[in-house]
Write a protein that binds this ligand. Structure first.
Ligand code: SAM
Ligand code: SF4
Length: 327
């Protein structure tokens, strides 16, 4: 079992399988000139599988596949098939923009990979296309509806962006009236590859909740797992639910159970921290299993207590992009 230096159990790995993406969401990446890693700096599918196996043997029982866009990696299903066979791994989930997931939906269902988070920051086509800088609205919309109707546990991630999409907050919530889906409103974080800097945000979780309260005064709080980053609510009579994720306000650090590994092998013990080390060459060298285990123990043993503490030590954190960290 992995226990960090603040006595928190670490059982959840967010594994980025690529830093590439077919969208250019303006809060995540610059429009042009994104600095992608060379192919040989990315883990192969076999390496991702081996790494996962080692971490599961250390107590990781939940893996979220993220990126970049995981499904732009042609061999992603090979990894997912291998993960589905891993004993001790109880939960495999994927975070995706849902642009190219279509051909894989049937197999995901067969593998029992039913927890899918989809990023969709607008219900209005024009707003969606402005934010993503691509015209994938219909595909994303159709794939979300297909995932919902096929029984997947779908959570829609919506970042509240001042001046861009906040008029879509209520229409997005209307989705939860008819569908058993969870819409989670995220605070924007300054991880956008340097395209914009800020030290405060206009739409924090409190403002989002106040805004929702004006339209639906009766919403009530749901119980959530202790390690959940979202605070969850329900509007009476609605099939689905909604939540807020205070990723900028960082109210959830005390129960953080996460470890992140980037597509190039960086071990990130906090979103706001400098990578602790890189595992790529360690995994490619001799005695990799033992050495990876040792390095992970070392990383977990020296985690910052909170995102604020991590940020104080790592001044350069905001030049990173979510496409390399994985969200
Ligand atoms: N491409 C996939 C997607 O968009 O769902 C997976 C990778 S994406 C980097 C993972 C998550 O990070 C998404 O939910 C996205 O909304 C979130 N994200 C990206 N940039 C962000 C930012 N600057 N602030 C907050 N969340 C961000
Ligand atoms: Fe791509 Fe996801 Fe970043 Fe959007 S948020 S640019 S879909 S990696």
């Amino acid at each position: 079992m992995l226990i960090d230096n603040h006595n928190r159990k670490i059982n959840y790995l967010r594994l980025a399988v690529t830093d590439r993406c077919n969208l250019r969401c303006n809060y995540c990446m610059p429009a042009e000139g994104a600095d992608f890693a060379k192919n040989d700096k990315l883990f192969t599918i076999d390496e991702l599988s081996r790494l996962s196996e080692i971490l599961v043997s250390q107590g990781i029982d939940k893996i979220r596949i993220t990126g970049g866009e995981p499904f732009v990696r042609k061999d992603l299903m090979v990894l997912l098939r291998q993960l589905a066979k891993l004993e001790g791994l109880n939960d495999i989930s994927v975070t995706t923009n849902a642009t190219v997931i279509g051909p894989f939906i049937d197999e995901l269902k067969e593998l029992g990979i039913l927890n899918i988070n989809v990023s969709m920051d607008a219900i209005n086509r024009e707003t969606f296309e402005k934010i993503t800088r691509r015209d994938q609205y219909d595909t994303v919309h159709n794939n979300i509806l297909r995932l919902i109707t096929e029984g997947f546990n779908v959570r829609i991630n919506f970042i509240a962006l001042e001046g861009q999409n906040t008029e879509d907050i209520i229409p997005m919530l209307e989705l939860t009236r008819h569908f058993d889906v969870s819409v989670r409103f995220l605070e924007e974080m300054p991880f956008n590859g340097g395209s914009k800097t800020f030290d405060k945000i206009a739409w924090d979780y409190k403002r989002i909740l106040e805004f929702v309260r004006e339209a639906y005064p009766d919403y009530y709080k749901l119980d959530s797992p202790e390690t959940s980053t979202s605070i969850n609510y329900k509007i009476p009579g609605f099939k689905g639910s909604f939540g807020v994720i205070p990723s900028f306000s960082r109210t959830f650090c005390g129960s953080c159970n996460r470890l992140r590994i980037s597509a190039t092998g960086d071990v990130i013990t906090c979103l706001y921290a400098k990578p602790s080390m890189n595992l790529r060459e360690i995994l490619r060298a001799e005695h990799s299993e033992e050495n990876v285990k040792q390095q992970i123990l070392k990383a977990v043993g020296s985690r910052a207590k909170t995102g604020f503490e991590a940020q104080q030590k790592y001044k350069g954190v905001f030049s990173n992009s979510m496409t390399s960290i994985g969200g």
